[in-house]
Design a protein around this ligand. Structure first.
Ligand code: HEM
Ligand code: HEM
Length: 223
């Protein structure tokens, strides 16, 4: 029997904007690196850094479906999800399994961006803003890892997009629509996401931009 549904709020605007920015910036970082467009690689890298910091802070002070504490579940919940004990029409936000892919994606991109900050050779070509804080040989090692780790980033993204396509094809679940417009169809009685707090948004945005700018200038001492 088809259940009656209504449209509810699932994702807030900051989650959607950071998401689609990651989706554009990840390939852009690769394209700029492959074309030796280092000034753009570094500029866009700092934008990506600010967005990542924002998303992590928003994971603590954002709306309900953005919060890690709400969607990151223990192995028991992941196993019961895999056994089919989960009614997606009655839940909003990331599923227990989806939560793992969120953590995976944010971690691999976070690791790649962090390595980029120290990457490069001061005597030859572009360098990240924190390159001078490590020795030339350490920077060399970080740069080599940064070069191959791009495949780990793309493998994670490939898995992510495959999973979304499988949900659409096999389980007839449209996850993409809510990530674009913020709303989705859920069973009657299910309440939507909480509202975003302007104050918390400002705290996250100021911290994210502030830290990214500080790093851009080589993380000078603050005193
Ligand atoms: C190409 C780079 C991409 C990256 C790095 C990426 C990363 C992420 C991250 C970090 C999340 C968690 C969202 C959050 O809570 O902040 C997420 C969720 C999501 N992404 Fe992506 N994404 C990418 C591409 C795409 C594409 C191309 C699509 C669709 C065609 C897509 C569809 C989604 C959907 C539907 C969700 C929510 C899943 C759910 O309902 O739990 N993503 N993605
Ligand atoms: C998702 C994020 C990133 C991706 C996918 C990425 C990708 C790459 C790739 C593929 C290379 C190797 C290019 C080559 O020599 O063939 C590279 C090198 C480099 N990246 Fe990134 N990068 C990212 C983030 C960053 C960030 C945030 C910074 C600094 C702000 C950065 C700074 C550098 C530097 C300095 C090099 C070495 C340049 C050289 O060899 O002269 N990267 N990056």
């Amino acid at each position: 029997m088809a259940i009656r549904t209504h449209s509810v709020k699932i994702w807030d605007l900051p989650v959607r904007v950071t998401h689609w920015s990651f989706a554009i910036l990840a390939p852009a970082m690769w394209i700029t690196a492959e074309n030796d467009a280092w000034a753009w690689h570094t500029r866009l890298g700092h934008v990506l850094l600010a967005l990542l910091i924002f998303r992590v802070i928003w994971g603590f002070i954002g709306t309900e479906t953005a919060r890690f504490s709400r969607f990151v579940k223990g192995p028991g919940k992941v196993l019961s999800y895999l056994r089919g004990d989960y009614d997606e029409k009655r839940e909003i936000g990331h599923s227990p399994l989806g939560a793992l892919s969120v953590l995976g994606l944010l971690s691999v991109i976070g690791a790649q961006v962090s390595m980029g900050l120290f990457a490069g050779d001061p005597y030859d070509g572009a360098t990240g803003p924190l390159n001078s804080l490590v020795s030339v040989s350490t920077a060399d090692m970080i740069t080599e890892t940064h070069e191959w780790f791009v495949y780990a980033v793309f493998a994670m993204i490939g898995l992510h997009i495959t999973a979304i396509a499988l949900y659409a094809g096999l389980r007839m679940q449209n996850l993409v629509g809510p990530m674009v417009v913020g709303q989705g169809e859920k069973a009657q009685g299910v309440t939507g996401n909480s509202s975003a707090s302007a104050r918390n948004f400002l705290i996250a945005a100021v911290l994210a931009v502030g830290i990214a700018l500080w790093i851009w200038f080589g993380a000078p001492p603050l005193t």
